[in-house]
Design a protein around this ligand. Structure first.
Ligand SMILES: [Zn+2]
Length: 199
């Protein structure tokens, strides 16, 4: 088992970080230097059948908050404009989009799923033409490493005073003593519906 494979403890940590039960997590593609998850990789089709294009999701509260502040500062509009003006940047951003799709295919195969035709060619975060969610781009950068997503890398650089790879804020970033949110209501509801159909 690679360290990318989520353990039960990882899944509990993700649920505490997000304050809700997580579902359909296939890998933990990036971890804090202490080992806690930073990013979750979710199956491209959820167990309730819904296609899910956002493969890489930031889960660490310190990181999520830092990226939210960057979004609030108007960085996405500036980046989108630069994609219009800078051909080299636009080109590497299109390559990042392709890499995202390739990575999602890999995650799909790890999850043992059939191709998800509904989201074929569709990545996330506004790629390949715009920037609509920096959390997506930063999640991608952390999952695949530097040099793939230029704007995710840039966002990480911009938040480096609030969060960087040398830092561990886990002790205070979420409530470790809280009850783990585990009620998977959607699955429960689905089972009830199934029973109704079977009846
Ligand atoms: Zn940590």
């Amino acid at each position: 088992m690679s360290s990318a494979t989520p353990t039960d403890a990882d899944l509990d940590t993700l649920s505490l970080q997000l304050g809700r039960p997580v579902r359909d997590v296939v890998e933990i593609p990036a971890r804090c230097r202490c080992g806690n998850p930073l990013v979750a990789a979710t199956a491209p089709r959820l167990s309730n059948g819904i296609p899910f294009p956002t493969t890489f999701y930031l889960t660490h509260p310190t990181l999520t908050a830092a990226v939210s502040r960057l979004e609030a500062a108007g960085v996405m509009a500036q980046m989108s404009q630069r994609l219009q003006d800078d051909d080299a940047l636009a080109n590497s951003y299109r390559n990042a989009h392709q890499n995202y799709l390739t990575e999602r295919e890999r995650i799909r195969e790890v999850a043992g799923l059939e191709p998800v035709w509904e989201i074929e060619g569709i990545s996330a975060g506004g790629m390949p033409e715009r920037v609509k969610c920096l959390h997506v781009l930063v999640g991608h950068s952390l999952a695949v490493g530097p040099g793939i997503n230029p704007l995710g890398d840039e966002a990480l650089e911009l938040i480096s005073e609030d969060w960087n790879q040398q830092m561990c804020t886990c002790a205070t970033a979420w409530d470790h003593e809280a009850e783990v949110p585990t009620k998977d209501l959607s699955r429960h509801v689905r089972r009830l519906n199934q029973q109704k159909e079977d009846a």
